[in-house]
Design a protein around this ligand. Structure first.
Ligand code: FRU
Length: 447
């Protein structure tokens, strides 16, 4: 990335490839959002951490690469992780990956899962400069005890400050080949001890990626991404889910319920990560998986973007994902016609009656009883093997929709975040038709 790139609304890959959000933090008076980044081609490969900053979670600036492989431990990639602030410094935790075997035709992948993973840290005085050669250290060696976890598949440290020290949760795999989480504790962020684990019976996936645990005013929430959670052979079987849990810090004992929600009922979002915003709200972003790179004019093709930041709240065991107030404020310029919206897209606000339908540029949103459904079949780049139709469970109250539409992503917030459906789209039109809607309002972005 030669120059800094500015973007508004959805944060997109600055060319080439991005996946998970990493190290999301409000630090030094602004937001820092890192991401899994392959800077050489629009496909997954040896992972770096790209870095974007923002004052308001709406206007972003990509500022370059922060982490790249320099050590034995992270020789083949700086995988996902998180950030905390300690003594004024920004401290990043991530998974270092070392391949024992690489594909001779593509050194960026390890075809037979022949690799090991350690947990690493690096800190920075200002959140901008990271000394990749002298500043890294391994804080947890590859797991040696198979009863605890898997040497290959243990990753994605999410660190937080608890009442009694620092805590880390890692995604891993049990001896029986099921997903599990590992909890560690530290007093100084450098020395970590394993405390406990948690897992479920069969049917919950073979490895749990990108765990995130946090407290909200009305409940403790766990978000994670089990691999091969869906078994219908369709793209993508790995899905991000969430639930309210009981977590006791002292013993790191977590009780998980039998039920779960999808993070997003569009089933395209994955690997979410949260932080606390300037006002103390829990805010989350997630990676939108895109089956094809976007090629626009002469610019580098890109693949991967993030959903709009969402405020997470739990109430009566349900997890709500409301679009962040800064985003709503930004999309508040009344417009008559969606064609008058800029490249950042528009917001459509309405109530939808049973049987009603919104067609936004070919993407259809309709209500069937108390469910909101979407159909992207006319605005997608793939056919068989991909999901086209989506629906929420029965909604509890009314059917107010806030729809954010841009060229490559549509987000449908139902009843202020009771459920959300977000989808990747390709070849969107510019027309809008609404049947069975009331109180319809259209907004573009305030520039
Ligand atoms: C999730 C994930 C993480 C891993 C990263 C590698 O999408 O597989 O578990 O750290 O991506 O890019």
């Amino acid at each position: 990335m030669e120059q800094r790139i500015r973007q508004s609304g959805h944060l997109k890959a600055p060319g080439n490839w991005i996946n998970d959000p990493n190290g999301f933090i409000y630090y030094g008076g602004r937001y820092h959002l890192f991401y899994q980044y392959f800077p050489y081609a629009p496909m997954w490969g040896t992972m770096h951490w790209g870095h974007a900053v923002s004052d308001d979670l709406v206007n972003w600036e990509h500022v370059g690469i922060s982490l790249f492989p320099t050590k034995y431990g992270d020789q083949n990639g700086c995988f996902s992780g998180s950030a905390v602030e300690n003594d004024g410094k920004m401290v990043l935790f991530y998974t270092g990956v070392h391949y024992h075997e690489a594909d001779p035709e593509n050194i960026h992948i390890s075809p037979k899962d022949k690799f090991e993973s350690c947990q690493m840290m690096i800190s920075s005085e200002d959140g901008m400069k990271f000394d990749n050669f002298n500043g890294k250290r391994v804080v947890i060696e590859p797991v040696a005890d198979r009863k605890v976890g898997d040497r290959t598949h243990t990753r994605d440290p999410k660190v937080w400050k608890g009442k009694n020290g620092w805590y880390m949760v890692l995604g891993s795999q049990s001896e029986e080949g099921r997903g599990k989480l590992l909890f560690y504790r530290s007093e100084d962020l450098e020395n970590w001890s394993y405390v406990n684990d948690v897992s479920k019976g069969p049917g919950w996936g073979w490895m749990w990626e990108c765990p995130d645990y946090f407290e909200t005013e009305n409940g403790q929430v766990l978000v994670f991404s089990p691999m091969r959670f869906l078994k219908d052979g369709k793209w993508e079987e790995n899905q991000a889910i969430c639930m309210t849990v009981d977590f006791e810090e002292e013993q790191c004992e977590m009780k998980m319920p039998e039920t779960y929600q999808y993070l997003d009922y569009g089933l395209d979002l994955y690997a979410p990560q949260s932080t606390v915003d300037e006002e103390g709200r829990r805010v989350l972003v997630a990676w939108l998986r895109m089956p094809e790179a976007v090629k626009e004019g002469d610019t580098a093709p890109w693949n991967g973007m993030f959903c709009l930041p969402r405020v997470v709240e739990a109430r009566d065991g349900h997890v709500y994902f409301r679009v962040h107030p800064n985003v709503k404020k930004k999309y508040s310029r009344p417009i008559e016609d969606v064609k008058n919206a800029g490249p950042e897209g528009c917001r459509i606000s309405l109530c939808l009656e049973d049987g009603g339908c919104v067609n936004a540029g070919g993407y259809r949103i309709f209500r069937r009883g108390n469910r909101i459904c979407t159909d992207r079949s006319s605005v997608f780049c793939k056919g068989d093997g991909y999901r086209m139709m989506f629906e929420t469970p029965d909604v509890r109250e009314g059917s107010r929709l806030e729809i954010f539409v841009d060229e490559h992503m549509v987000e449908v917030y139902v009843n202020d975040g009771e459920y959300v459906i977000s989808n990747a789209v390709y070849g969107m039109g510019r027309e809008l038709q609404i049947n069975g809607g009331s109180d319809v309002r259209l907004f573009g972005m305030n520039l």
